[in-house]
Design a protein around this ligand. Structure first.
Ligand code: ADP
Ligand code: MG
Length: 365
């Protein structure tokens, strides 16, 4: 595989004080599905618009298929963008909407028809060819917008929050459909979202952004299991944070003292004894121990709150120093004996050393 897009030290300063994107270097492989993820205002759309040519960087170089396109207008790039509001023409049929761009390009009627039919079949809406956009549901309109973008056979498809206008159920379904569409067409997809689940479900690689910069990038599972900072651990999935200090290090294992006890953890990077750290552990990696059961790492506390969320329970446990951790329990029968434990109950919570993240510094987000 080779890089289809190369961003080198890309910045966009809207003004001396408003920095949209700050020194981003990123290569995207041909055929990859990459997602830019982060909270509102972190620079995702600005970066995407620069790739599309709708915005010029104030610094850096953008290469598309080895060609410098940094200052090329959108129509001179083999890139197509799907916008948040689908912007379909209401007076045109679905087929005419999808074929519009090809007509503007001056393609012949037969060629346009073949390509439009092909694109509509790809998104599963060939039978809607003759309808108008207002006769379709929101999800169908979104698929038409996708068909309109892929019909031009761009090398790269840019999608800015493509599913954000859809309701939760449809959105989930479209996530999978869009992923399958990507597999079928073989075009490189770069998508923007602020929804971490969406990013994890759909992408080959996720680029987490923080104030215009890349906080971390990697495969979904690597980001989830090895977040590089509390920011990433907090943005992807849910994480409990606890302040602590490294008491002892042996190989890659560290003993860490906390207000509410002591834990051992595996270090991703070496840290000396005495270092102040922030520990992170995910609620689903914590486990309530049954009476008499032992484990490597135990925190003691009392149940402060029990939240029912259908799939299971999220239990807030208050540790002896007053800090709280959330413990997820998928099935009530995984809890010791009774299904729903009462508030106030003294409990012991276990976590495996490899499921404790250790971040240097007093840096809880
Ligand atoms: P995101 O898509 O992650 O929400 P944006 O790329 O839209 O973030 O915005 C990044 C930053 O740049 C924000 O602080 C935003 O206010 C600013 N910004 C975006 N577009 C413009 C613009 N056209 N003019 C001035 N500032 C802008
Ligand atoms: Mg945006």
């Amino acid at each position: 595989m080779s890089a289809i897009i190369e961003l080198e030290h890309i910045s966009k300063h809207y003004s001396p004080t408003i920095i949209g994107v700050d020194d981003v270097t990123l290569a995207v492989e041909d055929g990859e599905f990459v997602t830019l993820l982060g909270p509102s205002g972190c620079g995702k759309s600005t970066l995407l618009r620069m790739i599309g040519g709708f915005e010029a960087p104030t610094q850096g170089t953008i290469r598309l298929a080895d060609k410098d396109v940094t200052f090329e207008p959108p129509y001179r790039r083999e890139v197509n963008m799907v916008f948040q509001d689908y912007a379909l023409f209401p007076h045109m049929t679905v087929g005419e909407n999808v074929g519009y761009g090809l007509k503007v390009q001056g393609l012949g009627r037969a060629e346009i028809e073949t390509r439009v039919h092909e694109a509509l079949k790809l998104v599963g809406l060939f039978d809607k060819l003759k309808l108008r956009p207002q006769q379709l549901s929101g999800g169908q309109r979104q698929r038409i917008a996708l068909a309109r973008a892929i019909v031009r056979r761009p090398k790269v498809l840019l999608l800015d929050e493509p599913l954000s206008a859809l309701d939760a159920k449809l959105r989930e379904q479209m996530q999978i459909e869009l992923k399958h569409l990507h597999e079928k067409v073989g075009i490189t997809f770069i998508m923007v979202t602020h929804d971490q689940t969406e990013a994890l479900v759909m992408s080959d690689r996720v680029v987490v952004m923080e104030r215009g910069r890349i906080a971390q990038e990697g495969r979904p599972q690597d980001l989830y299991d090895h977040p590089a900072s509390p920011y990433v651990a907090n943005f992807i999935g849910t994480t409990n944070f606890l302040p602590g200090q490294i008491a002892r290090v042996e190989g890659t294992t560290a003993e860490i003292t906390l207000g509410g006890g002591r834990l051992s953890a595996l270090l991703d990077a070496p840290l000396p004894a005495g270092t102040r750290v922030t520990l992170g552990c995910r609620p689903e990696k914590l486990r309530m121990l049954a009476e008499g059961e032992s484990a490597a790492n135990i925190l003691e506390g009392r149940i402060a709150e029990v939240i029912y969320y259908g799939l299971g329970l999220r239990i807030a446990v208050e540790l002896s120093d007053g800090a709280r951790v959330h413990v997820d329990s998928l099935l009530p029968d995984r809890l010791a004996r009774s299904a729903v434990p009462p508030v106030g109950l003294a409990v012991r919570v276990a976590v495996e050393p490899h499921n404790v993240f250790v971040f240097a510094g007093d840096v809880a987000p």
